[in-house]
Design a protein around this ligand. Structure first.
Ligand SMILES: C[S@@+](CC[C@H](N)C(=O)[O-])C[C@H]1O[C@@H](n2cnc3c(N)ncnc32)[C@H](O)[C@@H]1O
Length: 376
């Protein structure tokens, strides 16, 4: 089955895939429902299989009456693979009852949208969302470098992280808060996906850069996307949101410094300048407390964090941070382990690290965590 997920247009929430979908099958919705309902009246499996075989071959003709070519009729979209897969499943059923069940399922997929309270995933067509990750191990070999995205800011995360999180945990038009906005990766994704997205970032120059990057892309859903320059341990979150007429958000994304692994600035308020691991965790906890106050109950907080190595010891920053969040009225939904993508590190540096690892009895970091929490 193709990785392209096809959806009814009004639900389609990933602009980048619209352009990629080359093999879209667009059908007249009423005409298709009529055909499916006719199949349900057939009283024998061979007759149903024959009808499906005939339909499957005829529908390939672009002049077929159900194929739409820009007409104004209400339409439904599928990937070819998905649609033909559904038809095969009906035809391969061993009993008429089972075949009718699959026809019914397809009818529902065409005519009804069923979503949960926290996202726009149409559960009646869940099979089509092949590009949404559900495994806890993410091995991603390439960062999304489309449009304004780039790896330019040392320490930024790959766009796939906010992309996946927003699609799983928000609906279009909802509000996302990123408490460590950096170069604006979450903001760019938010704008693309039609999520209002507010970032907080300490460094002026990064605020400017994030704004520039966001403005380089079109705002096709007309959402609010902005970065506030400030200290996320101290800022008044309610007042910051009030500027946009908002009282709360539906998703919080946090990608703090991994303590002092990368020093982002000389500012003492910067978490990467914390005086110790405990001081780092105290600052991070303050941000969690503050963000939690503006996050709606039952909604999600996502923290992306990695561990560090110092004085011959592995410091499990990820797990320490996780415990801090769990002590603050959140339940843990997932620990996702994500690989670090291959950096342009020089070969001799890699060899040096391998040598050090062999001598020092440790393993080289190749992963970070995406911790997913739900506010109780
Ligand atoms: C790991 S980076 C985030 C990168 C971001 N996800 C991106 O894709 O560009 C952490 C960011 O947190 C910012 N930061 C550190 N301490 C902060 C604080 N107290 N308030 C706001 N931002 C802070 C740093 O300047 C840095 O840009």
């Amino acid at each position: 089955m193709s990785r392209n997920a096809l959806r009814n247009l009004p639900l389609f929430d990933d602009a980048s895939h619209v352009a990629e979908d080359k093999e879209v099958l667009q059908l007249d919705e009423n005409g298709l429902l009529h055909t499916l309902n006719q199949w349900k009246t057939l009283s024998a499996l061979p007759a149903l299989r024959a009808a499906i075989a005939e339909f499957s071959s005829q529908i390939r003709d672009p002049r077929h009456s159900l194929r739409l070519n820009g007409s104004g009729n209400k339409h439904v979209e599928f990937s070819w693979d998905y649609f033909l897969g559904e038809l095969s499943q009906i035809a391969e059923s061993l009993t008429l009852d089972r075949a009718r069940y699959y026809v019914d399922r397809l009818v529902k997929g065409v005519s009804e949208v069923r979503t949960s309270k926290i996202n726009d995933i149409n559960l009646n067509r869940w099979k089509e969302y092949e590009d949404i990750y559900t495994d806890s191990l993410w091995l991603i070999d390439r960062r999304d470098a489309s449009g304004a995205h780039s790896a330019g800011y040392w320490g930024n995360f790959i766009p796939q992280i906010p992309h996946q999180m927003m699609r799983r945990y928000t609906k279009r038009g909802e509000w996302v808060l990123d408490t460590f906005a950096g170069s604006g990766t979450t903001l760019i994704e938010g704008q693309r996906l039609g999520r209002n997205t507010i970032g907080i970032e300490l460094q002026d120059r990064m605020v400017e850069q994030a704004k520039l990057l966001v403005s380089a892309e079109s705002n096709r859903y007309g959402v609010t996307v902005d970065v506030v320059c400030g200290d996320s341990t101290a800022i008044d979150y309610q007042a910051a949101l009030a500027q946009y007429g908002q009282e709360s958000v539906q998703l919080v994304v946090m990608h703090p410094p991994y303590f002092d692994i990368i020093r982002f600035s000389d500012d003492p308020r910067d978490l990467s300048n914390a005086s110790s691991v405990d001081a780092f965790l105290a600052m991070l906890s303050t941000v969690v407390d503050k963000a939690a106050q503006v996050l709606d109950r039952g909604r999600y907080l996502v923290m992306v964090v990695g561990d560090k190595y110092a004085n011959g010891e592995w410091i499990p920053l990820g797990f320490h941070s996780m415990n801090e969040v769990m002590e603050r009225g959140f339940s843990l939904k997932s620990i996702i382990v994500k690989n670090f993508e291959e950096t342009s590190g020089k070969r001799n540096q890699k060899e040096l690290w391998r040598y050090r690892a062999l001598v020092g009895g440790f393993y080289i970091f190749k992963h970070e965590y995406i911790l997913v929490f739900k506010k109780r």
